[in-house]
Design a protein around this ligand. Structure first.
Ligand SMILES: [Zn+2]
Ligand SMILES: [Zn+2]
Length: 145
């Protein structure tokens, strides 16, 4: 799929509906993150993120409900202060990119999950049966045995 093949827009939002946003395709990435911060902040085995250029994300409603939490020295996570849904993750390591949970989107995007990242940090009770690449190591993106 080429970068310009799918200029659709896909909307998304939080559980309560206060925060609404629109993502303009194409996305850059979609994958499952097994890092401990994702697991804890979402209360889930792992989080399926999409990544998109920041300028392709528009907050349509609820900007004032978005609360930002500095989850590390280089990253922050924004959530709906009304319902608690985790929504946006940004990092100073790639300031032009926003990560958004695929589960927050109203419909399919332009790709399916392509890999597991931070796979070595996965919960001991997480069993993965798919054939996607499993990346890990300090960056979360290195090949694992
Ligand atoms: Zn909400
Ligand atoms: Zn993560």
């Amino acid at each position: 799929m080429t970068a310009t093949s799918d200029p659709r827009q896909v909307s998304g939002g939080c559980l309560c509906g206060a925060v609404r946003f629109t993502v303009t395709l194409p996305t850059l990435f979609c994958g499952h993150c097994h890092c401990t911060m994702c697991r804890r902040s979402h209360g889930a085995a792992y989080v399926t993120w999409l990544a998109v250029v920041r300028s392709q994300v528009t907050i349509d409603a609820g900007q004032d409900q978005l609360t930002r939490y500095e989850s590390s020295s280089h990253g922050s996570r924004s959530f709906c202060s009304r319902c608690g849904s985790s929504l946006l993750c940004v990092s100073t390591r790639h300031p032009d990119v926003v990560d958004i949970p695929l589960a927050a989107m109203d419909g399919p995007i332009d790709r399916l999950p392509e890999m597991h990242v931070y796979f070595g940090d996965r919960a001991s009770w997480t069993v993965v049966g798919d054939e996607l690449p499993r990346l890990g190591g300090p960056t979360g993106l290195e090949p694992t045995g």
